[in-house]
Design a protein around this ligand. Structure first.
Ligand SMILES: C[S@@+](CC[C@H](N)C(=O)[O-])C[C@H]1O[C@@H](n2cnc3c(N)ncnc32)[C@H](O)[C@@H]1O
Length: 482
């Protein structure tokens, strides 16, 4: 994505060609039954080129507002809102880069290794690109898949009638293993959710069932006693009101589900776009070890990706597995023990064994090692958080470099945060890691965030992330000339 148009005339790699020839892709291209609309009305290449040239001369971050740059996106768009997720990326950011058509032609392979709820994947397929995505959180993968799978639910009333009948008839259904279930739900709500769950479980597996499960997952959270203002479940205090409805202890679970499914089904049916959706493929569950989307046993091939757009986790600022724990439990995606394992694979996690504390190597980046030593004096656990974060993000850069074709770009969106009262400049460390992995810095943009769902118990008392750095790194050719 450099100013010289490095993404033009890309030969797509074999897995991408396989996806392109797949039935789903062909079905998506023939837009039968759907109203189509223009998802990418403006080409942002000139704006992008201007930023790159300014940065090449001045080498200072450029302040922008992506909401203004991409002013044609307002409110709801396609299926972006089918499920809440912590620290969602602003769709405008992904859109701005994908709309630079001179550099990102239709059919280019766009990867988000930290896909979360699939903001980048959705924007990529709306732009007619091939979306690769991975995430360690099974709920994130389920949301992404449901969000980007075009569905024409012709018999929504029939589905609702069938589910409602089973829901009303079900008796004495046991709930799955959900952490501290009695703390989060009244007895009546547990019974209603368990009956709804058993009604959905009797539907045939497939794309419609995937959407039902994701919709159910949202209801499992909104019908709980968790305070809706926090991403991690925290018991709400009396008097808290959710947007548009009072919070009750015994909500009408069926009514919530029916309403959410109606809205989600119309969101999904808006996935018919002018040129047809691009294909997509899940490339595994670890950004450090990406898999081939058509054969998850094999590695994602070298140089098979044209562009990466991603917002990685912050160091110790967000607990994705814990935030999703109610939904993961109700969907039977992981037991309490398995959730611990998922957490241990999550970059940016907060807990480490006592043996690990004070017992880790240096990062090799003098600024980072000095920071870690200072933090270790105040709080060894937080020092371990920072060390592991940087060591694991280094592996992400190595893997990204492996799969990105020479000349391809990685757009990384990060925020700085506060650790033990000290400013942790994630953007500076990501730049250092990028340089060490043979990337060049092409552009730095800075945008001010107004609320990204980053409220956590810690953020209430320390710093809330207020600005977001959008860094564009270009993968240099290897010395071997590759
Ligand atoms: C900032 S969120 C991404 C949000 C996303 N851009 C969106 O719009 O919803 C970071 C994501 O990284 C995921 N993650 C953490 N460690 C990971 C790993 N080792 N491999 C892949 N994903 C990981 C988390 O589960 C989380 O979903």
């Amino acid at each position: 994505m450099s100013a010289t148009g490095v993404l033009a005339d890309v030969e797509t790699a074999s897995s991408a060609s396989t996806l392109k020839n797949s039935q789903a892709y062909q079905d998506a291209k023939s837009s039968g039954g759907y109203e189509s609309w223009v998802a990418y009305p403006v080409d942002t290449s000139l704006e992008f080129d201007r930023f790159v040239s300014d940065y090449a001369v001045n080498r200072v971050p450029i302040h922008v507002s992506f909401r203004h740059l991409v002013h044609w996106i307002k409110g709801e768009r396609a299926s972006h809102y089918i499920h809440p997720y912590p620290a969602k990326l602003l769709a405008h950011i992904a859109h701005f880069f994908l709309a630079a058509r001179k550099h990102v032609p239709r059919g280019a392979v766009v990867l988000d290794p930290f896909s979360g709820s699939g903001t980048v994947a959705l924007e990529a397929i709306l732009a007619g690109n091939i979306a690769y995505w991975s995430d360690v959180n099974p709920l994130a993968r389920a949301i992404t898949k449901a969000k980007i799978t075009r569905l024409n639910i012709v018999d929504l009333e029939g589905i609702l009638a069938r589910l409602r009948r089973r829901y009303n008839e079900a008796k004495d259904v046991s709930p799955p293993e959900v952490v501290n279930i009695e703390l989060w739900y009244s007895e009546g709500t547990i019974d209603r959710l368990a009956r709804l769950r058993s009604a959905i479980a009797r539907e045939a597996e497939g794309d419609v069932a995937d959407l039902l499960w994701v919709t159910f997952s949202g209801v499992a959270r909104t019908s709980s006693r968790a305070d809706p203002r926090f991403s991690v479940p925290v018991r709400r205090k009396a008097g808290i009101v959710a947007r548009g409805r009072p919070l009750e202890d015994d909500p009408d679970v069926w009514a919530m589900f029916e309403q959410a499914l109606r809205v989600n089904s119309s969101r999904i049916s808006s996935l018919g776009v002018e040129h047809g959706l691009g294909a997509n493929g899940c490339v595994g569950d670890d950004a450090r070890s990406l898999r081939d989307p058509v054969d998850l046993q094999s590695e994602l091939p070298v140089a098979s990706v044209d562009l990466i757009i991603t917002s990685p986790p912050y160091a110790g600022a967000q607990k994705y597995i814990r935030s999703s724990s109610l939904s993961i439990g109700w969907l039977g995606m992981a037991s309490v023990r398995q959730m611990k394992e998922l957490d241990s694979k999550s970059i940016g996690r907060e807990r480490f064994s006592k043996d690990f504390l004070g017992n880790f190597a240096e990062t090799g980046m003098p600024e980072a090692d000095a920071f870690i030593r200072r933090i270790a004096e105040k709080n060894p656990m937080r020092a371990a958080v920072v060390y592991s974060y940087l060591a694991e993000m280094k592996d992400v850069f190595t893997e990204s470099k492996r799969v990105l074709r020479p000349g391809g770009c990685m757009v990384m969106i990060v925020g700085n945060n506060t650790i033990c009262g000290e400013n942790f400049e994630t953007s500076e460390y990501m730049k250092l890691l990028a340089l060490r992995s043979s990337f060049e810095i092409r552009l730095e943009l800075v945008d001010t965030i107004k609320g990204r769902g980053l409220m956590t118990a810690r953020n209430k008392t320390s710093a809330v992330i207020t600005r977001e750095w959008v860094l564009v790194f270009e993968r240099r050719p290897d010395e071997s000339g590759q």
